[in-house]
Design a protein. Structure first.
Lengths: 120, 107
């Protein structure tokens, strides 16, 4: 059974760095073809893809956010971590992690999401 | 970045209706197009991948098709649980991009 769960702070202040963890089970990120993405959704708005890390440690980022994002994995802990620097109120959103098998398929399993509010 | 344009942005329909949602890519994405359903306060759920392949466990009333850079999600007979927001997403190239969503409401 595949599960993913996001964890991290619910509230961050402007200019702070956000660190989110995605802890998963039911698959290994060392298996060829396995990838994990981070996707966010501001309240009432559309989904926005942020970053992806692959089984071979390749990393990919949203074009407009790439200077602020870092994605990493700890295969032994079954965890993927996303950091986003210089948080702003417009970064208030629900952040999801999701699995994708093979980089050109859909995200088949998603975490429940974590709402992060940026406010002073 | 590849732009994905969905239409309509909202749609009212009745149980039993046949509905279609369209997504247009700004350039060729072959068949690397996925459809998701999102119910309120829930994570998205993958319905269709590779333009027309039904994800395991998804009812057969959902189907997808492609014509060039135009993609269509069809629900053959709406059920009460289908009233939700639908998103397309291209997986042809990085960065992945989503459409702006289509909200399907009860008439």
């Amino acid at each position: 059974q595949v599960t993913l769960r996001e964890s991290g702070p619910a509230l961050v202040k402007p200019t702070q760095t956000l660190t989110l963890a995605c802890t998963f089970s039911g698959f290994s990120l060392s298996t060829s073809g396995m990838c994990v993405s981070w996707i966010r959704q501001p309240p009432g708005k559309a989904l926005e893809w942020l970053a992806r890390i692959d089984w071979d440690d390749d990393k990919y980022y949203n074009t407009s956010l790439k200077t602020r994002l870092t994605i990493s994995k700890d295969t032994s802990k079954n965890q993927v971590v996303l950091t986003m620097t210089n948080m702003d109120r417009v970064d208030t959103a629900t952040y999801y992690c999701a699995r994708v098998i093979g980089p050109q398929t859909g995200h088949d399993y998603w975490g429940q999401g974590i709402l992060v509010t940026v406010s002073s | 970045d590849i732009q994905m344009t969905q239409s309509p942005s909202s749609l009212s329909a009745s149980v039993g209706d046949r509905v279609t949602v369209t997504c247009r890519a700004s350039q060729s994405i072959s068949s690397y197009l996925n459809w998701y359903q999102q119910r309120p306060r829930k994570a998205p759920k993958l319905l269709i991948y590779a333009a027309s392949s039904l994800q395991s466990g998804v009812p057969s009333r959902f189907s997808g098709s492609r014509s060039g850079t135009d993609f269509t999600l069809t629900i053959s007979s709406l059920q009460p649980e289908d009233f939700a927001t639908y998103y397309c997403q291209q997986s042809y190239s990085i960065p992945y991009t989503f459409g702006q969503g289509t909200k399907l409401e009860i008439k």
